[in-house]
Design a protein around this ligand. Structure first.
Ligand SMILES: [Fe+2]
Length: 269
């Protein structure tokens, strides 16, 4: 079952003009993010998304991520400033948020992660796309990644992916695929069924409630991830499930570490 999602190209012109204006405020990976004066409507989009997400998080977000989100303690009813996110993450895992205008290239994105810098957009999705968008926006960057980056093991996975990209730049496509199926869309087994630890699932009210019924969940296997193409414009029909976060660190972290030490693993785990 393939569920297609709408991109910002479907949004009204006024939204697209505002998105470009906020994107133009980006100061880049080495800069200090500018304070964005969000409108009441933009804060409302964040609050509405939280209303949709809260019950599905309760059911389907992995317990360690829920605890990390509580520790991060960002306001649910307004869009946090990136400086505020940085202030909280620095204490928890040492990550810093930098503002970028949109999707950045793989080398730039993963290179920043290696330095515990998370490149983030500052605009929020159009309210008509609240369930999921393929474009990055603050609901995904903060509601997804910042909550995940508040967890030490998951923060270290971001860093290891970044370090792997620096050590093995020719393997960026493979690193991005493993990152996609773990940091972005990873799920973990619990006594109450599959739970999400991936930022993509955790920031999508639609997909977080959808995956347990509709996605095929395969065993955590790097070779299978590398052989499985993904489409960012639909809900993910295939996910990879781990026994625990330790299992994720062992297999996914182990893969990234093998690249850092210049010993690519090509066989199945
Ligand atoms: Fe992401």
């Amino acid at each position: 079952m393939l569920v297609r999602v709408k991109s910002a190209a479907n949004a009204p012109n006024a939204y697209q003009t505002r998105q470009r204006a906020v994107a133009a405020m980006a100061t880049g990976i080495d800069g200090v993010p500018i304070h964005v004066a969000y409108t009441a409507e933009e804060h409302h989009t964040r609050a509405h998304a939280h209303t949709l997400l809260a019950p599905v998080w309760e059911q389907y977000a992995a317990l360690p991520v829920r605890a990390a989100a509580q520790a991060l303690d960002l306001p649910p009813d307004q869009i946090p400033q990136l400086a505020q996110v940085t202030g909280r993450l620095q204490v928890l895992t040492g990550f810093r948020y930098a503002s970028v205008a949109g999707t950045v290239g793989g080398a730039e994105f993963f290179g920043a992660l290696a330095r515990r810098v998370f490149p983030s957009t500052q605009f929020i999705r159009w309210s008509g796309n609240s369930e999921y968008t393929p474009e990055p926006d603050v609901l995904h960057e903060i509601g997804g990644h910042a909550n995940v980056l508040a967890h030490p093991q998951l923060a270290s996975l971001h860093v290891l992916a970044g370090q792997a990209s620096v050590a093995a730049p020719a393997l960026l496509t493979q690193i991005a695929a493993v990152f996609w199926y773990s940091v972005e869309f990873g799920v973990v087994h619990s006594s109450a069924g599959w739970k999400a630890y991936g930022a993509g699932l955790l920031s999508s009210p639609g997909e977080l409630g959808w995956f347990t019924q509709h996605a095929e969940i395969r065993p955590l296997d790097i070779a299978d991830m590398l052989d499985t193409p993904y489409d960012i414009s639909s809900f993910q029909p295939v996910l990879f499930g781990a026994d625990s976060l330790d299992h994720v660190v062992d297999i996914v972290g182990g893969y990234f570490t093998s690249l850092i030490h210049h010993a690519p693993i090509t066989s199945s785990y």
